[in-house]
Design a protein around this ligand. Sequence first.
Ligand code: CA2
Length: 156
Amino acid sequence: MNGTSAPPWRILVINGPNLNLLGRRETGIYGAMTLADIESACRRKAESLGVEIDFHQSNHEGELVERIQAAMGVVDGIIINPAAYTHTSIAIRDALLAVNLPVMEVHLSNIHRREAFRHHSYISDIAEGVIAGLGADGYLYALDAVVRHLVARVGP
Ligand code: CA2
């Protein structure tokens, strides 16, 4: 853990259910990149920013909750695409609140342009920021944003 005093910060990138299928199905909605491609792009971006990242995906709500809990006191910020749990999971919301870390919510698709049940997120109102509809680039913008947030919090 770096605390909040100086870089390099450590950022946890978490991905929810079915995102392991990226690039193989529904490419019209979610793009052609696989999750491994997105992880590589995030690792390159993290290196350019001088931060460390952990990258994690699970199809199980409880496992996501445990991964978030394990981040407490270990990482400085969380980027999360909770996938379908965005719209259902009070447990993931509570875990994010419990660890008290800055959170950036990412969605590959623009959830507000899709079915009504995707318009509500249990995460957005506790996140520092929300990026949706910009595809895999959204993860890179979120990395930029979380680092800028941490830098701003430390001050000049
Ligand atoms: O746009 C996003 O990133 C979502 O979080 C993706 C979720 C969806 O439930 C959210 O409403 C928006 C779904 C992820 C499913 O990913 C798949 C990837 C390939 C094939 C099938 C599903």
